[in-house]
Design a protein. Structure first.
Length: 253
């Protein structure tokens, strides 16, 4: 099954989010890739829009959060816990995005605690990985595996098992006009997928490519990844349709 995710970041207001979700739900309801089970779609809105988004999209389209607190309750002003996200019907929590690291100084230790919080509350961690500087695939894989090891260290110590979704987003490609070169994405995606399959207790984990991903990329990268993690290129709901249209072509490649 191909997994397609969309993070709305903080681009939309609440009313615009609702309008976008209604358009995407109409597309998902009529699309053969969703109906056949060949594709699965999820959306990450801002925190205040999660309840309304889920009301529109569930059960056809999954809903998750763009962040999660390290703790489940307590005096943590402004934070949103995994227990609340689960109560609202979220199924995923995005963790460790490059923007969170750069703008809010998130550390490997914090990211590891957030991954543990997701597992603890029955949420699938969507762990973002990616090298900062553009270079070869081998160096990218090494950096990503270091980040992944740190992200899972706390969960491993606590025996918190379960599948995760890894979003490979090379930092140098985020916000650019085009995605990273296809050959690079394929090499890194295949290496990350092989590593995940060898991790005890992580069966069913998947690898997505993000970083200026958009229509046309899915068929180019083929089976090297399990899907795409989209940002601004999915702001037009018709772009989501175009990407779903690519899913049947994967079986022909």
């Amino acid at each position: 099954m191909t997994l397609i995710g969309v993070s709305l970041k903080m681009y939309f207001g609440h009313a615009q989010t609702i309008e976008w979700c209604r358009a995407v739900r109409a597309i998902a309801d009529d699309h053969e890739a969703i109906a056949s089970g060949a594709a699965e779609l999820f959306v990450l809105p801002t925190f205040p829009s999660i309840p309304a988004t889920r009301e529109i999209l569930a059960p056809v389209v999954g809903v998750g959060a763009q962040d999660i607190a390290t703790d489940d309750a307590g005096a943590f002003t402004g934070e949103v816990s995994g227990s609340v996200l689960a109560e609202l019907g979220c199924t995923l929590a995005e963790i460790g995005h490059a923007e969170r690291r750069r703008l809010f100084a998130e550390t490997d230790e914090q990211i590891g605690r957030k991954v543990a919080a997701a597992f603890r509350n029955g949420l699938t961690p969507l762990v973002c990985l990616g090298e900062v500087e553009q270079g070869g695939a081998e160096a990218a894989v090494a950096e990503c595996l270091q980040q992944l090891g740190a992200a899972l260290a706390g969960s491993d110590r606590l025996s918190l098992t379960g599948p995760l979704v890894v979003a490979y987003e090379p930092v140098w490609a985020i916000g650019q006009p085009t995605a990273a070169p296809v050959a690079h994405v394929r090499d890194v995606g295949l290496a990350l997928g092989a590593h995940l399959r060898g991790l005890p207790g992580r069966q069913g984990s998947r690898v997505l490519y993000g970083g200026s991903a958009g229509p046309g990329l899915l068929t180019e990268v083929g089976d090297a990844v399990d899907g795409l993690f989209l940002g601004r290129f999915a702001h037009d709901p018709e772009a989501v349709r175009s990407i779903l249209d690519e899913v049947p072509k994967l079986s022909l490649s």
